[in-house]
Design a protein around this ligand. Structure first.
Ligand code: 5GP
Length: 179
């Protein structure tokens, strides 16, 4: 049994074990393959948080898949336009492709919605979202992610790629902020 961890000024307790994560990842990969049949799927993994989930999911996928890593960066625009968001890392043509966006966590859903909007401009055949964690209570989008590993309450989690101020990504399981 793993122990509590301390990062900077906060304590975290074990929440989802590596075993549980890996068994859900297997279910997700089978589900995706069943839905897409023999079609080639282009996974777009949103960095940084989804790197570990992406690696395990890829190892579990059968058939033809492709993978690219993307990142949503934001910078201050002019005072009237506010923040400008830019999708970086996508250097291939996605027109006519089946896209599955890989996310570590969907919270309000704003980040993934921005990614979807930018990808849609390039006319892919389809876009779905596969997230390891999904916080339905915080979600403000219209459509819930089609694929998710775990629905979790609106509480901060770290580990398995997810960070607290850049720390904690290396843990092989998920921890929840201690009350
Ligand atoms: P959104 O609210 O746009 O769906 O999520 C924005 C981002 O906030 C996520 O991609 C993730 O980086 C971060 N985030 C949201 N909830 C959590 C959480 O519980 N733990 C960690 N580490 N990051 C989170």
């Amino acid at each position: 049994m793993s122990k509590e961890i301390h990062l900077i000024d906060k304590d975290f307790v074990p929440y989802i074990s590596e075993e549980k994560i890996l068994s859900r990842v297997k279910v997700l990969s089978s589900q995706i393959r069943a839905d897409y049949g023999s079609n080639n799927v282009l996974f777009l993994s949103v960095l940084n948080g989804s790197f570990m989930f992406t690696s395990d999911l890829m190892k579990s996928m059968n058939g033809e898949v492709e993978l690219s890593f993307i990142k949503l960066s934001s910078y201050e625009g002019t005072s009237t336009s506010g923040k400008v968001h830019e999708l970086i890392g996508l250097n291939q043509n996605i027109q006519g492709r089946h896209i599955v966006i890989l996310e570590d966590i969907v919270d309000t859903g704003l980040t993934v919605q921005r990614v979807i909007t930018m990808l849609q401009m390039q006319n892919p055949l389809s876009i779905e979202v596969c997230t390891l964690l999904y916080k339905p209570e915080a979600f403000k989008g219209d459509t819930a992610p089609k694929y998710f590993g775990f629905k979790i309450p609106n509480k901060f989690v770290v580990g398995y790629g997810l960070d607290y101020d850049q720390l904690g990504r290396n843990f092989n399981e998920i921890y929840q902020l201690k009350d």
